[in-house]
Design a protein around this ligand. Structure first.
Ligand SMILES: [Zn+2]
Length: 254
């Protein structure tokens, strides 16, 4: 019998998402998801590359390199924090971002975790992935808010280094310089979202990630109660990181 799974397994090039939580496009993909335990996804671009059960896998993208990546991922979980940090350093080198970026902004390099836990669904009905304890704290806080008549919605939880790197590459392709992009996006490796402990929070009928969130009753509730659940506002006005005010962005620091 197929088991319900609620853990995302992180690898170097690939991540494994429980097949029961993945949405397939096309009948054939949906059938394969229904008959396997995991979907293997390429971290660089989110592309579906295989489905697997234990160490057996079936390629959705048929080429030698992908086969090799799947074999090494499934053969010996290839994730390690040192490899993960090496990868992000290569991204920073590619973008020409200085080794001193972290010191200059009082930001620390955030490795990705080896696993992430399902923490419910976000506003867009996508699975929300978070560090295990952070996800549990989020769900507890969300229920407590609801008891007080406040609806908190997740906008975004875990985001990997490759995702952040992708934002830079897309904006560069549209002609922006790295310096311009750094004014609104943290360098890959330095977003709190990489840790799985950060969450962008919204409330119904409010646009996501807008400063106007500070005028909602949801924000007032968070300011009063979020610390009780281990969450703190990372980027208040005039913060020491020189990052724009983000009333929606909370970090689980317990
Ligand atoms: Zn955020």
């Amino acid at each position: 019998m197929k088991r319900e799974r609620l853990t995302l397994i992180n690898g170097t090039e690939i991540e494994a998402v429980p097949a029961n939580l993945a949405k397939g496009r096309g009948n054939e993909t949906r059938r394969l998801l229904a008959t396997h335990d995991y979907l293997l996804r390429r971290k660089a671009d989110g592309r579906f590359i295989a489905v697997s059960t234990d160490t057996r896998f079936r390629l959705l993208l048929r080429d030698g390199k992908t086969r090799h990546q799947c074999e090494s991922f499934l053969g010996s979980n290839d994730f390690s924090e040192s490899r993960n940090i090496k990868q992000v350093q290569a991204m920073l080198d590619f973008l020409g971002i200085s080794q001193h970026y972290g010191d200059e902004h009082d930001l620390v390099l955030m490795p990705e975790p080896a696993t992430l836990s399902f923490a419910g669904y976000d506003r867009y009905q996508r699975p929300l992935w978070m560090h295990d304890e952070a996800g549990q704290a989020w769900r507890t806080m969300q229920s407590a808010a609801l008891q007080d008549g406040i609806r908190l919605e997740a906008i975004s939880g875990y985001r990997g280094h490759a995702y952040q790197f992708g934002i830079f590459k897309r904006k560069m392709a549209r002609g922006q310089s790295v310096q311009e992009i750094l004014r609104v996006n943290a360098a890959p490796g330095y977003s709190e979202h990489h840790s799985g402990r950060a969450i962008d929070i919204g409330t119904p009928n409010e646009p996501p990630a807008e400063e106007s969130f500070e005028n909602t009753s949801a924000f007032a509730w968070l300011m009063e109660h979020a610390p009780d659940f281990g969450f703190r506002l990372s980027y208040p006005r005039d913060n020491r990181h020189d990052i724009n005010y983000e009333p929606w962005h909370w970090y689980f620091a317990r």
